[in-house]
Design a protein around this ligand. Sequence first.
Ligand code: ADP
Length: 949
Amino acid sequence: MSSEGDYTNFKYSNDCLKLINNTFKKFLDVDSINYQIELKRSLEKIGLFFDLDRIYIYYFSKDPTFMQIECQWNNENIRSKREIEEEEVVYTLPWLIREIKNSDFIAINSIEELPAEAVFETEVFLSEGIKSSLIVPLKSKSKLIGFIGFESLSKHITWQEEQINILIDISKAFLHTKLRISKEKLYESTLDGQLILLNNSESQIWALSNVTSYATVNEAHAKFFGKKKRELEYQDLYDIFDIETANKLSENNWELFEKNELAEKELEIKNYKGEIRLLKIKSKPYRDEEGNIKYLICTAEDITEQRKAEMELYKAKEQAEAANIAKSQFLANMSHEIRTPMNGIFGFLELLQSTNLSLEQKEFIREAKAASEVLLHIINDILDFSKIEARKLTMENIEFNLRNTIEDAVSLLAPKAAEKGVEIYTMIKPGVPEEVVGDPARLSQILNNLISNAVKFTECGEISITADCLGEENGIAMLDFQVNDTGIGICKEHINTIFQSFSQGDASTTRKYGGTGLGLAISNELVKMMGGEIHVESILGEGSTFKFNVRLKVTKKSLKQKFAFEKLDGVNILIVDGNTNNREIVSSYLQGTGFKAFEAKDGTSAITTILKNANTENKINIAIINYKMSDMNGYELATTLRTIPFAKNIKLILLTSVTQKGEAKVAKEYGFSSYLCKPVRRDDLLSCIAMTLGLKKENEEEHEAITKHIVKEVNKSLKPRILLVEDNEMNRKIVISMLKSRNMDCDIAVDGSEALKAVSEKDYDVVFMDCQMPVMDGYECTSKIRLIEEAKKHTTIIAMTANAMDGDLEKCIESGMDEYISKPINFDTMFKMIEANIKECNEVTDYNNIIENNINYFVENTGLKKEDAKEILEEYIKYLPDLLEDINNAIDNSNFHKLEELVHELKGSSGNLRIISIYELAIKLEEAVLKQEMDECIRFFGKIKDLLC
Ligand code: ADP
């Protein structure tokens, strides 16, 4: 062991400097592969030079609580610091680590110098036999990353400043090299990573230095052409590929270079197998400092399979669409084909019914008609369902009267309910808008489905239909409908499936009640299309409530409530009905009219109410009496009231569920001014009250309940000019016969061209136009008629078609038709349409027979010459139509004063001219007018009109 102070000369030792110089010259330049060997060599040289026993270098791991020896050297006969170089925990040397963090070195000359707190370190000194130690921290940017230990085990060293400084410098050199090598390793591994990515990528990547030369390529690109990377890199395309491929590639490269920016292109090119593949190439220029393209970097994906799949998908989609079109066309044809014979069946059954038949035969026809109706219903359901499936069902967006739509739907089924003795009523709550925009036909369909189910499944009790408005936002009303019945109800197991197609209650229900199980599925879809939801609540054996809501746009017209008369105060109305709901409905319909409503549940309490209020401001003026009551019927109550002086003058209105022929007459005999059928419509109710009070003003729009059908009778005698355009002989026969049954006839055209001729020669009130016809179809014919007419006139043309597919209505309207009636024809609708289109001038034509029938009698009675008599009679028939028209208007307006004047005039003139038939009826009419008996007035006026036709 050498003595202390041996190193004092190091500072100036040339040998020392030489050693350091030689050692580090080589070491500092070392590469990563030789780093460990050179490092060890350097440690050895340093150790031997400084006469040390061990040198070791620790570096901290990524996780700084661990460290590991990077390199160690030990002198001969000295144990290495660590047998195995593995990660060690840092906290085994806590004092040392703390110290080196804050100092440039720690020099320990002997174990005694270690402070008391360096417990672990002292233990290391003892266990390893360390005599002296110099620890130099290794710091990168002031962060401790490791340390070097210089140790002596054989002798004590008193560390000198110069020696320490030299070892610190040497440590720095080690640190520097370590950092450089780490950086290089990192760089290499990054490069390696990129190469891995590049060469293992499925995408092809390459860089072009010009249009025909590659710079570099990845494996995938080289492999595509069956080549090695180096066969392509820095090569000219024409040296690598056949001329065709080289041409294709250079042409493609040219276009990409031309773009001079990001570009995308598809290229069909042969791969090494000779298969033509489709590549989707994306290119991006890589520029030098001047902005010139240095390389064009390209990537490519092979999209051959993807494109094939897309093409197949496209083809499949086209085929599916074609199949869908074919399907809807098939549906249209089928519907046409089925409806045409159905039209025949319906029409002829109806005609047959009006012939002389035995009771049994009548019953057979009734059954046949009922069966046909069911069949038509099923066909319609299946058709609708198919349309929904094919997504061919669209919603109309037209203005309609919501109240009428609801009430019409209820009225349609009211007779069936009445037949079963089931009470049916409608409650349209205040706040429900009158005029809305939407699809009235589809809304009716939903209501019809629900109400007809309610009627079908209810044997006793009642059915109520309620409409309410839940709110309005941005002009859209949320409307809530409920159809409530007291029928058989639905069991829990079935309640969740009834909105599914073809789903019915249990099998016994199906057998007993029939049906397709489609109605609710269709309703469900329709409700959804109207922006709402449908659901049901039901208790088996007690009844069901179907609720649905829809969103409908409210029109401006809806905002003002329209009544048939001005608001009226001081009129008190008593509603007599055993059913609370009915009383409530009637009473709610009177709200806002100014009328005061009183309610009584039966005849006795009605009489009590009348008497109690007799001499007060609540004196009852009108009593609306339900026919059926618990203590007496409506007629009995009316009879009783007529015997009570206070009640004698109360106007009576009868409410009844059944309308039979002659009902009006009987009601009249019992003293009722009018009668109303249940379920009551608000407007009918108000018009009826207005008429009863004699409130109708001239030129007011009509809503009469009673008068309306009688006025219709009057109109029946008019001769409308109708043109029927129909190629099918059977259909023609039916329509002609139906018209004949109402004393009407029509001209016939068998195709569009005949119709065109007919319309240009004669004025028609209405033209019923079939759509599908040979030679010229209905659409073309209508367009031509509209062209001829220009703005000068407008003939009403009504489409008659068996096509029930979506878009038919639009097609009709587009071609210029006014309305649409679908086959099988509902003749009631047809007659309504005719009636609505009869022009007034009709009446003149038929009056000439008056002259013929009466001239002889006139001449005989007056002694006038025949020519003079004829002249006078001609004058008469010239003014007669106007007079009759005025009388008609006065009846419509219940204007008895005017009526008296006009009828007196008719009586006078017909009497003067000895037209006895008219004269006698005019006398009776005048009597009725004086008695203000409107029913009678209408009856006699009708008779007069009948005479004139
Ligand atoms: P269907 O043509 O069979 O009436 P729907 O779809 O209209 O078809 O109704 C499906 C089933 O739902 C019916 O068969 C019946 O079992 C049940 N259902 C519908 N409405 C009612 C109701 N108001 N009361 C009891 N059951 C009903």
